[in-house]
Design a protein around this ligand. Structure first.
Ligand code: ZN
Length: 117
């Protein structure tokens, strides 16, 4: 679990979408369980997202809604990354198991045919 100080340092990278998937995961976990960091993020997000909106001239905008959306997207990104990892692991395990099974069957065949003595 990250400390509040560590999370504070990640607020700007979060807004700039520069956190890696693992960092994002820990960051969100903390934000969801820590009111003071969440407030901090809301303030920063409101300020910086507001400035960005002004710059791009989009105008009046639901910034709190945008933060919710941003956190949901970030969460989905983390979930997707984890799922990819699980699927890859499962496929690798299946392959390894498959190879092992074939090997065992082959050895049995050799054994039964007297090839191994
Ligand atoms: Zn905190």
């Amino acid at each position: 679990m990250l400390s509040c100080r560590e999370v504070e340092k990640m607020v700007m990278p979060y807004i700039d979408e520069k956190l890696g998937e693992d960092e994002l995961d820990e960051f969100l976990e903390h934000i969801w369980s820590c009111d003071s960091c969440r407030e901090e993020l809301e303030i920063y997000y409101t300020v910086f997202e507001g400035l960005r909106q002004l710059d791009s001239g989009i105008g009046v905008f639901d910034i709190t809604g945008a933060l919710e959306e941003s956190m949901e997207l970030a969460w989905l990104k983390v979930r997707a990354a984890k799922l990819r990892r699980v699927v890859r692991y499962a496929v690798e395990t299946l392959c390894a198991t498959g190879v092992l099974t074939v090997l065992i069957l082959q050895i049995r065949i050799w054994y039964q045919s007297g090839f191994l003595g």
